[in-house]
Write a protein that binds this ligand. Structure first.
Ligand SMILES: Nc1ncnc2c1ncn2[C@@H]1O[C@H](COP(=O)(O)OP(=O)(O)OP(=O)(O)O)[C@@H](O)[C@H]1O
Ligand SMILES: Cc1ncc(CO)c(N)n1
Length: 296
């Protein structure tokens, strides 16, 4: 059972994710939708870019015009009661400035994942977008979630190896809370500064080469968990565990490069559907879904 025996007790929260399409379906907006669904959240989306991408890297990228991004965000915020917002790929300073202007008065948590380089090593930002992010979006965010190379770029500390010092520097630049993710084959450790204390969350590293989308899933999970009312520390801790599980059961075999994480446990779902169905005994004829046919 999935815990619905007595009927659902909580309504799904609504999260808006602002980011780019990944044609291979593992990261970006597609990854966010799956990660949010895995924790019972409804994902609304605003596309800022389109990548032609597979598990080996980004082949080409196209930006969505800033007014078209703004129109998507307005359409969602004007109608849906959004409980938290995530921002991913940065693309350009013009986009970052417009997002900051639109999101400045947001009354719900904003999670900013400054995606600059993908797991396969492809670059997804312009230099002026980094400066604009630090000046305009970073101060608005409840949490920022760079990985170690991204944290060095944002903090302008190219030689700093200590995540705790990088968290402190990003907090000094105005971030309310900073998570530096440290996925890897040998050690997996995320560092958090929540504005008060430093924390370290270790996960068991999965040797499976299925980390495509791990960072997007992690920040989307934090967004959904904040929407559900978790504190920053709780959300970061649980998101790290769930992301690590997603890597552990990642879809090795899909794509020849860095295969996608799996937050939705697709193998279990595929397996459940391929088992023979039990016959339905009813006195009246049923349709293919087992519904009793009308008028009989
Ligand atoms: N090999 C691994 N084993 C277990 N968990 C992992 C592994 N790699 C990453 N993770 C998990 O995924 C989360 C995201 O970490 P990672 O450092 O890979 O993000 P990222 O570099 O921003 O990813 P991306 O390039 O997809 O944006 C981490 O919190 C960690 O828990
Ligand atoms: C579109 C997109 N966003 C984010 C990432 C991060 O891995 C990616 N690979 N592609």
């Amino acid at each position: 059972m999935d815990g619905f025996a007595g009927g659902p007790t909580a309504e799904p929260k609504v999260c808006l994710t602002i980011g780019s399409s990944d044609s291979s379906g593992g990261a970006g907006i597609q990854g966010d939708i799956k990660a949010l669904a895995s924790i019972g959240c409804h994902a609304a989306t605003a596309l800022v870019g389109i990548t032609a991408q597979n598990t080996r890297g980004v082949v080409s990228r196209h930006t969505v015009p800033v007014p078209a991004v703004r129109a998507q965000i307005d359409a969602v915020l004007d109608d849906l009661a959004v409980d938290a917002v995530k921002v991913g790929t940065l693309w350009s300073a013009e986009l970052v400035a417009d997002l900051a202007a639109r999101l400045a008065d947001l009354a719900v948590p904003l999670v900013a994942d400054p995606v600059m380089v993908t797991a396969a090593g492809s670059r997804l930002y312009s230099d002026d977008a980094v400066e604009a992010f630090v000046a305009e979006l970073l101060p608005l965010a409840a949490v920022i979630t760079p990985n170690l190379p991204e944290a060095r770029l944002l903090a302008r500390r190219p030689d700093e190896d200590d995540p705790v010092r990088l968290c402190a520097e990003l907090a000094r630049l105005g971030a309310s809370a900073v998570v530096i993710t440290g996925g890897g084959r040998e050690v997996v450790c995320d560092w958090l500064f929540d504005g008060h204390r430093d924390y370290r969350f270790r996960s068991t590293p999965s040797s499976a080469a299925a980390t495509h989308g791990a960072g997007c899933a992690h920040s989307a999970l934090i967004t959904g968990l904040l929407a559900r009312g978790d504190s920053v520390v709780e959300a970061v801790s649980r998101a790290g565990e769930l992301a690590a599980e997603g890597v552990g059961r990642g879809l090795v075999g899909i794509g020849s490069g860095e295969s996608p994480v799996d937050l939705l446990d697709l193998r279990r779902r595929a397996d459940a559907l391929s088992r023979p169905r039990r016959p339905i005994h009813r006195s009246r004829p049923t349709d293919r879904r087992g519904h009793i046919a009308e008028g009989t």
